[in-house]
Design a binder for this molecule. Structure first.
Ligand SMILES: C[S@@+](CC[C@H](N)C(=O)[O-])C[C@H]1O[C@@H](n2cnc3c(N)ncnc32)[C@H](O)[C@@H]1O
Length: 244
């Protein structure tokens, strides 16, 4: 991610970095590349199974993973140089609380990075990704794990604006940009099939028969529609802010 690297190139060395809602640590890979001067990166997540997998995968002794909620970050005020939260805000029942915690913990003049996939400003193929993701979110929520629809760009601009941070930069990007130039419906169908398989497995766990049949019908309609359209990764937006 050259753009982020250029923006952060002036940050000093020995940085203490925190990634909230880290999952398996995918965004930490972006941070490592963009902040080569890090002294430690801690990834926190509420799911113990996810934290265990992230620990198992990790080969860098400057990186640690812990089970901790972004709603109650167990660090002192003004104690971390850079805090990121990537593709997690739409998973939170209380996003304002998490953002407040992030702002409390980051040092004065420290950096906050907010990265989210958005639901608008997408091509027709990207809207397939949005549709599949939203159905996934509905099912996760049905099974008790909060997963809301992704935000529009405007909603995120407002949310970040409410934090009263100094805005360093904001840009949209597409992690699958190369796909735009090499349309390959067969490959896209394979991606869609993987998504539909995962969705179907989840739907088949719904105990209420009427609800299960309803979701299977929704899935079938989505399958027929999206096979003709294909799928590309949705655009994401990254905000880089400073606590002034
Ligand atoms: C879609 S994943 C994002 C993973 C990664 N950050 C990325 O960009 O690929 C969202 C993660 O947020 C975690 N999560 C949900 N609520 C959380 C909370 N209150 N505090 C910390 N992590 C949370 C979930 O367990 C999940 O692993």
């Amino acid at each position: 991610m050259d753009k982020l690297k250029n923006i952060l190139s002036g940050e000093s060395k020995n940085l203490k970095v925190l990634d909230v809602g880290t999952g398996l640590g995918d965004f930490i890979e972006v941070l490592k590349e963009s902040l080569p001067g890090y002294s430690s990166i801690i990834g926190i997540d509420t799911e113990q199974g996810t934290v265990d997998k992230a620990i198992e995968k990790n080969r860098d002794n400057r990186i640690e993973f812990m089970r901790m909620s972004g709603e109650n970050i167990e660090f002192e005020d003004n104690s971390v140089d850079v805090i990121s939260i990537s593709n997690t805000l739409h998973h939170l029942p209380n996003k304002e609380k998490v953002l407040h915690e992030i702002k409390r913990v980051v040092k004065q003049n420290g950096i906050i990075i907010i990265n989210e996939m958005i639901s608008d400003n997408q091509s027709e193929k990207q809207l397939s990704h949005v549709a599949v993701h939203h159905l996934q979110g509905e099912l996760d929520t049905l099974f008790g794990r909060c997963h809301n629809k992704t935000f529009t760009l405007q909603e995120l601009v407002k949310l970040v604006g409410n934090l009263n941070l100094e805005k360093v930069d904001m840009f949209q990007y597409n992690t699958h940009e190369e796909q735009e130039n090499s349309e390959n419906l067969e490959e896209e169908k394979e991606i869609l099939d993987q998504c539909f398989k995962a969705l179907e497995a989840k739907i088949n766990k719904i105990s209420d028969l009427k609800q299960r049949l309803g979701y299977l019908d929704t899935l079938e309609k989505l399958r027929n529609k999206l096979y003709n359209i294909g799928i590309f990764g949705a655009t994401e937006v990254m905000f880089i802010c400073r606590k002034s």
